[in-house]
Write a protein that binds this ligand. Structure first.
Ligand SMILES: [Zn+2]
Ligand SMILES: [Zn+2]
Length: 320
């Protein structure tokens, strides 16, 4: 399994996840960058857009989906998300209006609904959806999802889906979007968990995070810096609310709750605010929490993801 951070932060989020022999299964995890940026950054790690088999989406804020409309003009790939998120994305494609992570409404420059929706009927259903709660299997067919015209694969929050070599478990997080989700991805005996854009850490989130070899966790802001910073009062409140973003302290507390010897060995601090945080602050805060709990810092590799092409994780490191 290989994970590449293509960009992280409020200016745009996207990861490449690969698994299987020769990395034959390739997914994008969010597509909040322009197609040009995605193309360039993927090329620098030897991947072309044509090789991507689907776009797994956490939620519909523009910094996670703004690349999708243009991407779907040239590529045939399903958007994989909860049905409520799919509807919100389709509405964004239809109207050209998107909500940003800071609650603003923006009009996209690239609106061309017909070109995007034209790909709709040609995309195959690529997986099987399993409802965890009920334990039964339901395959999403076009009949059950006629309202959605985007090429898509439904992945309800709290369910599992296998795409090629990657098993995806989706779980609800706490953010002001229609159906925000985190994901636990498993392939070849290793596990990667992604949790960004959440105002709090719930027991459900911890339950999934504790299985990760690589945890990608939001460490959005330094609380003090946010309060003293230039953001308007209502936005500060929104960010610290239970449906806002995780602070450095919340990230540290969450990691301590799931910490165990021989557990997670890589921790990527993600979605850092450029105004209310710095990589140095986020890293130092996390290290302080771990040191206070007598965690051996030699065992865990912690990095703060930049807004540009960032870290590459290869699961072969697990056995080294
Ligand atoms: Zn975001
Ligand atoms: Zn968001």
């Amino acid at each position: 399994m290989r994970v590449v951070s293509l960009g992280s932060g409020s200016s745009g989020n996207a990861f490449l996840v690969e698994a299987g022999p020769q990395g034959r299964t390739k997914l994008l995890l969010d597509a909040g960058l322009s197609t040009r940026m995605l193309t360039t950054r993927l090329a620098s790690v030897g991947v072309s857009l044509a090789q991507i088999q689907g776009i797994l989406v956490t939620h519909e804020h523009s910094d996670h989906v703004q690349g999708i409309p243009t991407l779907l003009k040239s590529q045939r790939m399903p958007v994989i998300a909860d049905m409520r998120t799919l509807k919100a994305i389709q509405e964004g494609v239809r109207t050209g209006v998107w909500r940003t992570d800071s609650g603003r409404v923006v009009r996209a420059k690239f609106q061309d609904e017909s070109a995007v929706l034209a790909t709709m009927q040609t995309t195959e259903i690529v997986g099987t959806t399993m409802l965890l709660e009920e334990g039964d299997i339901s395959v999403v067919t076009p009949e059950t999802s006629t309202a959605i015209k985007l090429p898509h694969q439904e992945l309800p929050a709290g369910s599992r889906l296998k795409i090629g070599d990657i098993e995806i478990t989706s779980f609800a997080i706490s953010h002001d979007a229609t159906a925000p989700c985190g994901f636990l991805l498993q392939a070849g005996g290793c596990r990667v968990c992604l949790v960004t854009d959440s105002g709090e850490v719930t027991p459900t989130m911890l339950e999934h995070m504790q299985h990760a070899d690589l945890l990608i966790l939001e460490s959005n802001h330094d609380r003090e810096r946010l309060w003293r910073g230039p953001y308007p009062w209502h936005l500060k409140h929104r960010i610290i609310s239970a449906t806002g973003h995780l602070s450095n302290d919340q990230a540290g507390e969450a990691v301590l709750k799931i910490w165990r010897e021989r557990g997670m060995r890589w921790l990527w601090l993600a979605h850092l605010s450029r105004t209310n945080n710095t990589p140095g602050l986020a890293l130092e805060s996390m290290r302080l929490y771990l040191r206070a709990a007598h965690v051996n810092l030699a065992y865990i590799k912690i990095v703060a993801l930049p807004p540009t092409l960032g870290q590459i994780w290869d699961s072969t490191q697990l056995w080294q």
